[in-house]
Every structure is written in C-alpha cells, then in structure tokens.
Design a protein around this ligand. Structure first.
Ligand code: NI
Length: 190
C-alpha cells in the first residue's frame, strides 16, 4: 500500500465529473487500499478518488469507527435537513464553514469486487456521503455556501497560497489540517 498525495483546489481533476468504474481488477483494489491508508494517515473522515488524482467514482469513509468504501455511489437523500455543521476538506486545507446537508441518505453502489452495497446513513455519516459524492461530480463544499460565508470562503481561497502548500509533503500538510480541525476529518471538527 502507499500514501497518496492529495490534490489541492485549483487542480482541474477536482472540477471534473468522475467516470463510473467499469474495471474491477487489481488496480481498483490497490486504489481502494491506498485511499484507505491515505485517509487514515491524515486522520480523515472521507476521501474521494479525484482528491488523489483519479477521476473515477470511488470514495472511502471513516466515521465513528465505521470504515468502508463505495464505488459508483448513488444517493437517495431524505427531504429534511440536518443542523448545519462545519465541514472542511483535505483539498482546501485550513478552511471550515457550516454546510447544509440532508439529514439522512441511502448510498447504493458496489464494492471493489463489484458486489452490490447499500448503506443507510444519518447525521455525520450522511454528511460525509454527500460531501464525498459531491467530489465525484466536481463539486466542493464551498460551492454550497451562500451569503457572507461564501464570500469569506472565496476570499480565503484567493488569499491562501495553496501553491506552496501543494509543495509540502502530505504528512506536513496533514499535520496542519489536523491542527485546524482538531484531528478531524473530510474534515469535520470533532
Ligand atoms: Ni473533501
């Protein structure tokens, strides 16, 4: 397994709609294993394949001791919303804003062997699934902000020197993300 480097906002792969996975071979198994290891290394709550430069519909998650992956996920969201919680993103280091998300969701997809999976999620896990599935559609959580939060986020992204951050090692960056978000997340502060 290997720790993968995480792509930072500004990288076009984060703005590309990812392709459905069609090849369930050893390369996919390695991708899922490497993404899981990378997510653990940065103490993240979730990671989507485009964040490691792979434009395929795969994400891993790790919430409340529950870890897994879903390939080609489709979400069925509840109609009601959960209370806004601050989200961050490993691809937008050092930033966090409250985001509106559906209270519950049912994620349906397949595992790395192509077997069907279906996970019903509420609260933080539902939030994670929505955040990670957005990544597969080229959407970042900052796109979902409105009003002053949106302005503040765009200003912070403009002012941040993400070019320099990209040149740091993954572990150094993980350290700063961890301190920003109390060890969380995709990242949600804990
Ligand atoms: Ni993210």
């Amino acid at each position: 397994m290997a720790i993968l480097s995480i792509r930072i906002i500004g990288d076009p792969v984060l703005r590309t709609v990812a392709d459905p996975v069609t090849d369930f071979g050893p390369e996919l198994a390695k991708l899922v294993a490497d993404m899981t290891e990378t997510m653990e290394d940065v103490d993240g709550a979730g990671l989507a394949a485009p964040q490691v430069g792979v434009s395929q519909r795969v994400f891993t998650y790790r919430i409340g001791g529950v870890e897994g992956h879903i390939i080609n996920p489709v979400l069925e969201n509840s109609e009601d919303f959960q209370p806004d919680e601050v989200e961050g993103c490993l691809s937008i280091p050092g930033l966090g804003f409250p985001v509106r998300r559906f209270q519950a969701t049912k994620a349906t997809g397949v595992d790395l062997n192509g077997n069907p999976v279906s996970v019903e999620a509420e609260g933080m896990l539902a939030r994670c699934f929505q955040h990670e599935t957005d990544h597969l559609d080229g959407v970042l959580y900052t796109d979902r902000l409105e009003g002053d939060d949106r302005k503040a986020a765009l200003r912070a992204i403009r002012n941040a020197n993400y070019h320099d951050i990209t040149e740091q090692t993954t572990s150094k960056r993980a350290h700063s993300v961890g301190s920003s978000f109390g060890g969380g997340s995709f990242g949600v502060p804990e």
